[in-house]
Design a protein around this ligand. Sequence first.
Ligand SMILES: O=C[C@H](O)COP(=O)(O)O
Length: 350
Amino acid sequence: MSTIREAGTGTGASKVMPLPARAAANTPMPLEHGIARNPGMKLDLGFLESVRSVNRSALERRVASLTKRRSIKADNQAAWLLRAIACMDLTTLNSNDTDERVRRLCAKAINPLRRDIVEGLGIVGETIRPAAVCVYHPFVATAVDAVRGTGIHVAAVSTAFPHGLAPLSTRLQEIEASVKDGADEIDVVIPRGLVYGAKWRELFNEIVAMRAACGDAHLKVILGTGDLATLRNVMLASMVAMMAGADFIKTSTGKESVNATLPVGLAMVRAIRAYFEETGYLIGFKPAGGISTAKVSLDWLVLMKEELGRPWLEPALFRFGASSLLTDIERQLEHHLTGHYSANHRHAMA
Ligand SMILES: O=C[C@H](O)COP(=O)(O)O
């Protein structure tokens, strides 16, 4: 088996998005020294009003060209799939979650691939693990305990996930409780009604308060894009979240009838680019919900590389929110090595 090349080197000559002069002047810290945390900015209603409409068919055409044109094969594909694991928030968000299930999820995160697959790929001794496990608040302490010392983060879905329909004070208390229990990252949901009513200032103020409640924990803002009706709403909600200090913007809870789709993801990625051009800050992106196949994960990675560039193939700026993706990636890697697929139950999850 030949050495696996680093993911991100094999789909062509895409460059990191050029740094515009204005952003270059504002960029607070070069990438090689880490990514400066987005401090947010004042709510710019003028900018929001200037966004007229978003051309859905142009986004769909762009997605089609990216996913059809790019074909990632063999060793190169295995490398990209390992990259997908490293950029994963391995998730369990079920009504029947238990401490025991969360411990099993964490055990899988610590050893995401079977030993024979690790040996076959020639990556013994390399640490390839999901960036985080993602759980409901009551399981944060259990997860923190289970992954202690591994470098895996614990993300908590707080703020009355998945609907966000509790008083703001209750939602802020939930964030504070998750942080107290040791969560490194907090995934919050926005009340979608604030978007329908174009209550941008109220939405902005809520997210500012959530960011304050997070303290040092990183804030991922879930838009629930399947509920937002228009791509313009998706763009505007993305901008408001970033202006309010989001570290990441995230598509979906996994509980909407439509979750992460590539064209909607592209609209959010373009909003990240616009925010970068305005402020110089790099915001992370997390598609989540319904991403369950290795093939689709490759489409998302290609989209990130082509639209934003190499920094967005790192867990600091890109995550999949996924409960079953790891199972399919492990199956595909086994197929890559043996030419055979095994049953899903041979790749035990939580
Ligand atoms: O945030 C993550 C999602 O809830 C996971 O959704 P999924 O179960 O469809 O992978």
